[in-house]
Design a protein around this ligand. Structure first.
Ligand code: HAM
Length: 432
């Protein structure tokens, strides 16, 4: 047989990397707990129709979609939001609102593999269902800020925009939703000339096109100034005016919460997913030019899936990219690991005794690695040394007759006989 490697775009995580991924996942779980989000687990395989409905052109084209053996058109989930909205539209339909739901897991998109872009990747995802208030949007921004801080990242910024501003103009200009989606997809890819062409050719007025052009150029770190300029630019479009106000309210709330969020408002910012109706945002660090997280408000998705009208806002954090950012910034991660104790039998006849000793220690929550290679004590000790093991328990005939084993401290290079009944307590004392 030929030798196998991973399928293009798929990766193995070796222990060091798996440790960082799990650390980030645990931080996300702690954030969920801090903000009252309950964890749910949804399936990797979903109906194609569900995940394709509002995924947008780009994600839709990159879906792992296939027919299962029962003839169903299914897809590997490219994101979590559609699954959570499905749940809220069906099983959780009658749950009191607000509903705060958290999930974490793997997602699949047939993206072109490159730094930070994989075909299998991981997200921690937060959805707040049932509130249309700016406090809800602010909560999603604040929890993202806290999570990024808690994983140890620095200098991250929030790129922020509002779909309501752009759609407000396009709707008033009479563009059908499908055409709006096409225009927004181009904006997401920063293909501004193409965007303006679509808008022009769809019958928008000269003023409409100019307003859009103005917004595309409007961005900056002074939130107050950009918002003021945005309000001025859209003054003839009532829906868009309300959207600018809404954005201002949300950003004021986060500032009033006492957290200095590093925000850059971009009036012409759009995202590929098509369900957004309000604020949208992405998180960046200076070391990488890809987003670490993305989210926003989507008020019509649950209803589209047959549920009650349910305003909602959420965010997904890209765990793989956060790991990259941690590595780029050389951020220290704080993972508590208890080094294992090694148990070595002096000869084969003592294998069962060694196993018994190992199990006894594990029952006391002491991590143990047993010598399973049948090596001589001296060889096994060399290996323990190489792997920086601190304590070794040597099970020998002479000591066993007295109900004892040898406990060796690898750092001090000292060893002594310890009664088996006292071994766990002795090890615990030395570890503390
Ligand atoms: P998204 O922007 O498509 O949003 O993905 C969120 C994050 O997932 C990205 O910022 C990135 O960190 C990570 N990500 C996406 N694609 C890849 C990839 N190919 N390789 C590695 N990481 C990737 C959503 O998925 C929305 N469901 C977010 C949301 C939740 N909106 C409302 N609620």
């Amino acid at each position: 047989m030929s030798t196998f490697k991973t399928v293009r775009g798929m990766r193995d995580f070796l222990p060091e990397e798996a440790k960082i991924m799990k650390y980030i996942e645990n931080q996300a779980r702690q954030t969920a707990e801090l903000y009252g989000y309950r964890e749910i687990i949804t399936p990797v395989v979903e109906s194609y129709e569900l995940v394709a409905a509002k995924a947008g052109e780009e994600v839709r084209a990159r879906m792992y979609a296939f027919e299962d053996l029962g003839g169903r058109k299914v897809a590997l989930r490219p994101e979590f939001t559609a699954s959570v909205a499905r749940l809220v539209a069906t099983t959780l339909r009658n749950e009191p609102k607000p509903l705060r739901l958290f999930c974490v897991g793997s997602l699949y998109r047939y993206d072109e593999p490159q730094k930070g872009r994989f075909r299998e990747f991981w997200q921690s995802n937060f959805e707040l269902m049932g509130s249309e208030k700016p406090e809800a949007d602010a909560e999603i921004l604040l929890l993202t800020n806290r999570f990024m801080k808690n994983v140890g990242l620095k200098n991250f910024t929030f790129k922020v925009g509002h779909v309501g501003v752009l759609r407000g103009i396009l709707s008033q200009e009479g563009l059908a939703e499908e055409t709006q989606n096409q225009a927004m997809q181009r904006m997401d890819k920063k293909l501004y000339d193409e965007t303006l062409k679509i808008v022009k050719e769809s019958g928008a007025s000269e003023k409409g096109v100019q307003t859009l052009q103005k917004l595309i150029n409007l961005r900056g770190a002074s939130t107050t100034k950009v918002l003021k300029d945005m309000a001025e630019a859209v003054k003839d479009y009532p829906e868009a005016i309300n959207a600018v106000k809404n954005l201002g309210e949300i950003l004021n709330l986060t500032a009033e919460a006492g957290e200095k969020l590093n925000v850059k408002v971009e009036a012409g910012f759009a995202r590929g997913l098509e369900y957004y109706t309000g604020i949208i945002f992405e998180v960046y660090v200076p070391e990488l030019d890809i987003a670490l997280a993305g989210g926003g408000r989507y008020n019509r998705l649950v209803e589209l899936f047959g549920g009650e009208p349910t305003p909602a806002v959420g965010v997904a954090h890209g765990i793989d990219r956060i790991m990259l950012a941690i590595q780029e910034q050389k951020a220290k991660i704080n993972v508590k690991e208890t080094p294992p104790v090694m148990v070595i039998p002096v000869n084969e006849n003592l294998n069962a005794e060694a196993l018994k000793t190992a199990e006894m220690l594990r029952a006391e929550n002491i991590p143990v690695e047993l010598e399973v290679m049948g090596r001589k004590v001296s060889k096994a000790l060399e290996d323990a040394d190489r792997r920086c093991v601190r304590h070794v328990v040597i099970v020998g005939e002479k000591e066993l007759k007295e109900g004892a084993v040898v406990l060796r401290d690898m750092q001090k290079k000292e060893q002594r006989s310890v009664k088996i009944g006292e071994l766990a307590a002795t090890l615990k004392r030395q570890a503390s």
